[in-house]
Design a binder for this molecule. Structure first.
Ligand SMILES: Nc1ncnc2c1ncn2[C@@H]1O[C@H](COP(=O)(O)OP(=O)(O)OP(=O)(O)O)[C@@H](O)[C@H]1O
Ligand SMILES: [Mg+2]
Length: 212
């Protein structure tokens, strides 16, 4: 079977600092891949390279047959949550996602509302995002990542800032997405999340990846 994501000898440098050391992995469609590893080991940098947010220094990344960088700027059907999501903080959560959805014009207002509900927020909440708690912002980021029903999700620490209920809600949501056959890459410091959700787990250590 052809790999959905092919990471081929990827090295990433910032100046003289080598952050990723010749990483090669193939990932299949419909599986959930976990990445754990110490702070600064390169998880976020790798995820940004896969999304096309950062160019690789050497090697290549192919998603669904297309080279990220030379062929397309970012994977075609992707939802991303990396670090703290950026929103227009003077507007409501619904308005933020409406604007983002409107940029591509692929989904309706009702689909945006549904994504917000799935992430455990109220789409009718008028409060500006500036007044959201950390967990509420994280939930809004998750809503944004899923709203266009992408086939591929990159989730960097999606449980950041979530309380017990939030973690439960988002785990349930991710299990649903997994059952729908989405391909997911999940970085988490929580070994329980990884164990519950992932088909395969990798450990990142000093810019190298090991299957565990
Ligand atoms: N834009 C950048 N310029 C220079 N160095 C960077 C840049 N982004 C990341 N780095 C460096 O790359 C290394 C890996 O960082 P990365 O954010 O990928 O770690 P991580 O595994 O995601 O850590 P954490 O568990 O804390 O999220 C770190 O040493 C970091 O300082
Ligand atoms: Mg990180």
């Amino acid at each position: 079977m052809e790999a959905y994501i092919e990471i081929d000898h990827v090295t990433k440098k910032f100046g003289d600092d080598i952050i990723l050391h010749g990483i090669s992995i193939c990932m299949e469609r419909g599986k959930v891949y976990g990445i754990s590893g110490n702070n600064g080991s390169g998880k976020t940098v790798l995820m940004k390279c896969i999304c096309g947010f950062l160019p690789v220094t050497e090697g290549s990344i192919r998603v669904n047959g297309k080279y990220i960088g030379p062929e397309i700027d970012f994977p075609e059907s992707i939802g991303v949550i990396i670090e703290t999501p950026g929103f227009l903080t003077n507007l409501s959560g619904m308005r933020n996602l409406e604007i983002l959805a409107g940029l591509k014009g692929k989904i309706t207002k009702e689909e945006v509302r549904e994504a917000i509900r799935k992430a455990g927020l109220d789409p009718d909440l008028k409060k500006a995002v500036a007044k959201y708690s950390l967990g509420m912002r994280q939930r809004l980021g998750i809503a944004q990542a899923i709203m266009e029903d992408p086939e591929f999700l990159i989730l960097d620490e999606p449980f950041n800032g979530l309380d017990k209920h939030g973690v439960g809600d988002i785990r349930k949501l991710l299990l649903e997405l997994k059952q729908q056959g989405k391909t997911i890459i999940l970085a988490s410091h929580n070994s329980e999340d990884i164990r519950i959700l992932c088909d395969e787990v990798y450990e990142m250590d000093g810019g190298r990846m090991f299957k565990i």
